[in-house]
Design a protein around this ligand. Structure first.
Ligand code: ADP
Ligand code: MG
Length: 186
């Protein structure tokens, strides 16, 4: 829940976000529409905890996401970027990004793969989840990369997915596919 939030970039005279309030319920998908420069990315950066608001409050399940709660809040949010970051490692390591092989929770991994509908891709890959991706391995399509980003978010049990024009580099068909998958996830 956003309560009357305002935000001004240090280098700007005018507020970019002024007295904005909104509630987002669990399971809802909210689209934010506006002309270029109207403050959509700024709002998302605020939600991600990357920018500090001038005034107002941000609540998560009625808890204030102030400095003492910020770390916990950040651990609940996933950001789906326009360009998905892939390391020259296995698909498994790309989903459980940053975890050593011995730390990877197979149950969570398999669940994340199912939720992000990566099963079909994995069946086609020469070594399944152990196939190396990236510059030195298999190159994937935009839609497949977005699914890996989703699988990452699920593996790390993020409650909130934030997409800032995440599908704008994809063709219409792939975009429709991803939007459909996200709808199914609700
Ligand atoms: P949108 O995502 O809707 O296109 P942005 O949130 O990126 O809009 O930008 C909103 C306004 O804030 C614009 O006027 C933009 O120039 C300004 N702005 C964005 N980022 C910065 C920044 N880092 N420093 C100063 N001004 C910024
Ligand atoms: Mg933007």
């Amino acid at each position: 829940e956003l309560q009357n939030i305002s935000f001004t970039y240090a280098t700007r005279k005018q507020k970019t976000i002024s007295n904005l309030s909104m509630k987002i319920k669990s399971g809802q998908s909210i689209g934010i529409i506006g002309t270029s420069g109207s403050g959509k990315s700024t709002l998302l950066d605020i939600l991600l905890g990357l920018l500090d608001i001038d005034s107002g409050q941000i609540l998560y399940n009625d808890k204030q996401t102030n400095s003492s709660y910020l770390t916990e809040w950040r651990s609940k949010v996933a950001y789906l970027p326009q360009k998905v970051f892939i390391i020259d490692e296995t698909l498994r390591n790309n989903i459980a990004l940053g975890e050593n092989n011995s730390e990877i929770d197979t149950f969570k991994l398999n669940k994340a793969i199912k939720q992000s509908q990566l099963n079909d891709l994995i069946k086609e890959l020469p070594k399944g989840v152990d196939t190396i991706l990236g510059d030195k391995g298999i190159q994937l399509s935009g839609g497949q990369l977005q699914r890996i980003a989703l699988a990452r978010a699920f593996y790390f049990e993020r409650d909130v997915l934030i997409m800032d024009e995440a599908t704008s580099s994809l063709d219409n068909e792939t975009e429709a596919e991803i939007v459909n998958e996200i709808k199914n996830l609700k």
